[in-house]
Write a protein that binds this ligand. Sequence first.
Ligand code: ADP
Ligand code: MG
Length: 272
Amino acid sequence: MKQIALYGKGGIGKSTTAANLSAALAEDGLDILQIGCDPKHDSTRMLMHGTWIPTVLDLIRERGEAEITVGDVVYRGFSGVRCVEAGGPEPGIGCAGRGIIATFQLLERLEALKGDVIVYDVLGDVVCGGFAMPMRDGYAQEIYLVTSGELMSIYAANNIAKAIARLSRRVRSRCTLGGVICNAKNIEGERDLVEEFARRINSRLIAYIPRDRVVQIAELQKQTVVEYAPDSNQAAVYRGLARTVYENKTTSIPKPLETDELESFALEFVQV
Ligand code: ADP
Ligand code: MG
């Protein structure tokens, strides 16, 4: 079983990328479990054709952990992808990462952490306790950083690289960096910038995903691109990403940049 996690800044395109990756792998006949680890709980929505599935945290609040069965939390979406949403706290109370911790505990108890590939879709703005869970204790072996060429998303990716570097020193953790995925915002020189960032943190750019209107159109139809426009260039890009990730054997321990290095690096790519 391969366990991978996609991390990145909020709104960068993690869920879109993760759902299309899962859809493409499932079409190849693989048994996929996608776990949304973002309080936004919309990771699996396109796989579920627009349905908001109940989150683990909501179910725990409503009926208590002991009463929950696999059928309450795991839902089959497009091409049989099994979908789970960790959920988040009620605004103003509780910790955002708690849903993830509770989800891991529950799925362990239900023996539901299985399949050919588990895809964790994780918010990477803060890599605190809960959000670092998928990297710890041997869950995700490979982390993929999703970023555009915008400084703030590179900044978040660099922070996640710091967490990977730190956690990789632990005995029980097997987490490594699988690569960097550029989800384009159509910024000038974006591909070169992200490629160079990946190289400087001791990794590599494993996929460049163009910005394409078909993503929004598919979203309005409540489907992944792989399902809605299977013959499109964008679907081919997601299938290529799925193959690359599935077959990836080249991972690394990242060497994150210091903040001033990061800022001067970004300046090299901007024409002022
Ligand atoms: P995240 O999960 O990182 O918060 P989402 O996957 O929800 O981000 O994406 C945020 C928005 O960006 C969505 O409306 C999505 O349709 C759009 N988007 C993501 N990737 C692309 C792309 N390659 N081309 C066009 N729009 C995209
Ligand atoms: Mg998301």
